[in-house]
Write a protein that binds this ligand. Structure first.
Ligand code: ADP
Ligand code: MG
Length: 348
């Protein structure tokens, strides 16, 4: 496993070299024109003029484009030689990742209820759940599971099972509440172990609950295994939508198809009078979906039942089968199964 770390490192360098190009440009300017960095921030206009003059006097005055072109070419060649080919997880037909650019928007709640919603839509399916949030695992609590996984003869970890869904999480391997103080490469290695050193058995779908953001975990999973699709969870709030756009762009960049958006906390439902209030804004995700040519897979309202069932380890899809939120999850799960061509079979 360890020998892969260098390759990971290289790939992340590629990614970061692109995303951090702006700061590199600034550094190059500061180095090549010593007086550039000594211009005080209060004279930003002057800096802008210098940049404008440089670009108008020459198409590429510092040779940055040429440098980055040859660097990109070099990296492409290296990647073609060195990168491991994506390899499916043994026994797993489809991987669906549940992601968002932001924490606290309901990814874990969605992952749990989608996995259970898929089972409810088609009982013959085998669905597993992987908690890829190494620093903040939530699946053990939400699926009411604890304990250490046993090992098979082949020294693979047996997933813990509840409500018919085999689950794996870093939370099973460390004490509850213990902080994980790992750096990027260790996290990537752990993610790979959680994917490959687990006896998943035969699964039609493995749902992966991603950590927030567009960082190491998202990239390593995208590069290690074929992913059938990503589902992006967002709230209607501007700030969450911005992150949802970022998440979508990231998956598109690494050639992972985005199945669609889920608008969680679409509106608040008063448990006493059923009054609806659009506290995070109205239909923001619908607009973003349209703008980014994505399907809006469904809305899930903000409701106290959701929080209570989720936090008490009794997911709403199993504990309240007729609840409107349950119906929303089942509908979304059905849409995802349709996209994966896993034909739906209604049970009730
Ligand atoms: N639709 C909803 N209505 C009410 N509470 C929700 C809803 N979705 C999520 N929550 C609650 O919000 C909190 C954060 O959700 P979680 O799924 O852990 O988010 P994330 O995985 O994106 O960090 C949890 O306490 C969860 O129970
Ligand atoms: Mg989470």
């Amino acid at each position: 496993m360890l020998h892969m770390e260098g390759q990971f490192e290289f790939t992340y360098m590629t990614y970061f070299s692109i995303t951090k190009m702006a700061s590199v440009v600034h550094r190059i300017l500061s180095r090549t024109i010593p007086s550039f960095s000594s211009i005080p921030a209060s004279h930003l206009k002057a800096k802008k003029h210098i940049c404008a003059a440089l670009s108008s006097s020459h198409d590429d005055p510092l040779g940055i484009k040429n440098r980055s072109n040859s660097l990109a070419e070099h990296q492409k060649q290296q990647m073609a030689r060195g990168l491991p080919k994506k390899r499916p997880v043994d026994g797993v037909k489809h991987v669906v990742v549940v992601a968002s650019g932001k924490g606290g928007v309901g990814k874990s709640t969605t992952s749990v209820n989608l996995a259970l919603g898929m089972l409810a839509s088609k009982q013959s399916l085998h669905v597993g759940l992987l908690d890829a949030d190494i620093y903040g695992p939530s699946i053990p609590k939400m699926m009411n599971l604890r304990g250490q996984p046993e090992l098979t003869k082949e020294s693979k970890m047996k997933p813990l099972v509840n409500f018919g869904v085999p689950c794996m999480s870093m939370g099973f391997l460390v004490e509850e509440g213990a902080p994980i103080v790992w750096r990027g490469l260790m996290v990537m290695s752990a993610v790979e172990k959680l994917l490959r050193q687990v006896a998943w058995g035969e699964l039609d779908v493995l749902v992966i609950d991603m950590p927030p953001g567009t960082g190491d975990t998202q990239l390593s999973i995208s590069q290690l295994i074929p992913i059938s699709g990503a589902v992006i969870v967002t709230t209607p709030q501007d700030i969450a939508l911005l992150d949802a756009r970022r998440g979508t762009e990231m998956f598109r960049k690494v050639d992972v198809p985005v199945i669609g958006l889920i608008q969680n906390m679409s509106h608040y439902v008063c448990p006493k009078c059923d009054h609806k209030a659009y506290i995070f804004g109205h239909d923001g995700a619908r607009d973003v979906a349209k703008e980014m040519d994505l399907e809006l897979l469904g809305d899930v309202p903000l409701h106290i039942d959701m929080r209570e069932t989720s936090d008490s380890g009794k997911p709403i899809v199993v504990s309240q089968p007729d609840n409107p939120q349950t119906i929303a999850y089942k509908t979304i799960a059905g849409r995802i199964l349709d996209k994966l061509s896993l034909t739906k079979e209604t049970t009730s």
